[in-house]
Design a protein around this ligand. Structure first.
Ligand code: ISL
Ligand code: CA
Length: 563
């Protein structure tokens, strides 16, 4: 397997609005991040992925961009950004920027021109269609509720928006649009950034004709994913992007690709002609929902360990030597990992460490989302008025206000799944507003900040923070953690997730007790070894313990080197 710095790296995602506010306006900003770089250096991460900081009217917190070459005023200036890049590089931290080019804001000058007239030179930058029998051009449903089409009075046509109506889809069929995107990518790369995370990049090619999605219920709008996810020209467009831009730079590229299979991921990331370093897949994000796609945040279902094993093992094996995995359990769109896959009650600390062990021991590049390293949890606002996320707010409006659903039935789903779970302010200390701002935060802080915060974590040698620090260091020192092949053990065990990682003669054994029980671990007899040395664990472990038979404690995680 080819070596690459981005395979060896650990990435930390910053959602700038919620990270640290330097000027008391309640909104996190670039100078806030600058003040916290030493914290990240201390943690040991190699790369920061910065969610969008470009100029934006913030209909979707920066994922609606109105100027690709400028910084959102609330976040600072381009000069602040330049300083941030320099200070990161001075600390050996690379910077990956978010690239949001499936759509722009409706306030982007291209769209402002495009809506002027049907013969405007920018008309074809977007997807405009006449109505059909006085209704939308097709029946697709937006990720953020309602139709994917917005009627525009000025020219009497509809434009396509997979997300909010202020996020108009770019028309990638138009070579001029593709050229503009490549230009802006070069503009940032030439400033010295180290890569891009590409927002919903597998939705840029739509099936010609934009056919109706099959009607499956009496709902007015239908999930049309099969007509815009992994569309017919996706690989061609990304191949062009690779030739024109990506191949000229030594960068990390990660595609955000809902609905990809491992085979799609191999096509996108293989070393011969794959355009990207890696992609984010979503199968494990859909395990606790009745439906995937745009529905994953509309229901809660109990997930089974067997399902998690099946998904992760398939991704590990199908990409081995063929492509490269990105490993994550949460991000700014997802619930908090410890609440979702672990335990945010009595075993919060143990569970957070277990999940950290999991993400750092799988084959792939680990991603840490801000606050994950101190075990931040989901929040449960009592009132819908405290939610800020456009997806949550629109869903509530659709289901409760329009369709009359009992709000008490929906709130538990929102508590479990809202994207705002990940967006409450970073908990720095136990002072007012968790030390995030001296003003009023744009979204309420999680009331558990007096107990869960970075100051507490830094003062406690047994904290989740230092456990992450150790894992990151171990990953740097042990190539087997990066490049070793993965083999699942105890396939059918309902509580224990165990696997080995093997690189030449070096082999690690990973034992994870995914629950509050105390199951017995029995090492399969075909695993032969001379000595077993403990590499890391989240409980105290006696060095004399015989690893062939263990009784595990709740959420216990151990990694051994088998000699
Ligand atoms: O439905 C999903 C996966 O099955 C979503 O998580 C989907 O990936 C997500 O809605 C797309 O997210 C990205 O693009 C959005 C933006 O709101 C998100 O914050 C961003 O991560 C539109 O730009
Ligand atoms: Ca601020």
């Amino acid at each position: 397997m080819k070596k690459a710095w981005w395979k060896e790296a650990v990435v930390y995602q910053i959602y700038p609005r919620s990270f640290y506010d330097s000027n008391g306006d309640g909104i996190g900003d670039l100078r806030g991040i600058l003040q916290k770089l030493d914290y990240l250096k201390d943690l040991g991460v190699d790369v920061v992925w910065l969610s969008p900081v470009y100029q934006s009217p913030n209909d979707d917190n920066g994922y609606d961009i109105s100027d690709y070459r400028n910084i959102m005023a609330e976040f600072g200036t381009l000069a602040d950004w330049e300083e941030l890049l320099a200070e990161m590089h001075a600390r050996g931290i690379r910077l990956v920027m978010d690239l949001v080019v499936n759509h722009t804001s409706d306030e982007h000058p291209w769209f402002v021109a495009s809506r002027q007239s049907q013969d405007n030179p920018y008309r074809d930058y977007y997807v405009w269609r006449p109505g059909r029998d006085g209704r939308e051009p097709n029946n697709w449903r937006s990720f953020f509720s309602g139709s994917t089409w917005q009627y525009d009075d000025a020219t009497g046509e509809y434009y396509l928006h997979l997300f909010s109506k202020k996020q108009a889809d770019l028309n990638w069929e138009n070579p001029k649009v593709r050229g503009e995107v490549y230009d802006l990518m070069r503009w940032w790369l030439d400033k010295g950034i180290d890569g891009f995370r590409m927002d919903v990049i597998n939705m840029i090619s739509k099936t010609p004709g934009l056919p109706d999605a099959p009607a499956t219920s009496d709902a007015r709008y239908q999930w049309g994913g099969e007509y815009f996810i992994n569309g017919p020209r996706l690989l061609e467009f990304l191949g062009e992007m690779r030739r024109e831009v990506l191949s000229q730079y030594d960068i990390l590229t990660v595609g955000e690709t809902p609905g990809v299979s491992p085979q799609d991921a191999v096509a996108l990331t293989n070393e011969d002609d794959g355009a990207l370093s890696m992609v984010f897949q979503f199968e494990h994000m859909d395990l606790d929902a009745d439906q995937g796609g745009d529905g994953s945040r509309r229901s809660v279902r109990r997930w089974q360990l067997s399902e998690l094993k099946e998904v992760m093992t398939r991704w590990q094996k199908d990409l081995e030597g063929q492509g490269w995995n990105s490993i994550y359990l949460t991000n700014h769109d997802q619930p908090r990992a410890v609440s979702r896959f672990g335990d945010d009650g009595a075993y919060r600390v143990e569970a957070a460490k277990l999940l950290a062990t999991f993400t750092h021991l799988l084959q792939g590049t680990p991603y840490i989302y801000q606050g994950e390293e101190i075990g931040m949890t989901n929040v449960a606002f009592i009132s819908i008025d405290d939610y800020r996320d456009i997806e949550t707010v629109n869903m509530y409006h659709e289901l409760v206000v329009e369709q009359g659903m009992d709000p008490l039935a929906l709130l538990p789903v929102i508590h479990a799944k809202s994207r705002d779970n990940a967006r409450t302010p970073f908990q720095w200390d136990d002072s007012a507003q968790a030390g995030f701002t001296t003003g009023t935060p744009w979204i309420k802080v999680n009331p558990n900040y007096p107990a869960i915060n970075a100051r507490q974590a830094l003062a406690d040698p047994n904290s989740i923070f230092y456990y992450y620090q150790k894992l990151i260091r171990l990953r740097r020192e042990n190539p087997v953690m990066v490049y070793g092949s993965y083999d699942l053990l105890l396939d059918d065990h309902p509580e224990i997730y165990a696997f080995t990682r093997t690189l030449d003669s070096d082999r690690l054994l990973v034992i994870l007790n995914f629950g509050q029980g105390t199951p017995e671990f029995a090492l399969p007899t075909d695993i032969s070894y001379g000595a077993a040395a403990l590499l890391i664990s989240n409980y105290a472990v006696a060095p004399t313990e015989d690893i062939r038979h263990l009784t595990l404690r709740p959420y216990e995680a151990r990694v051994y080197r088998l000699g």
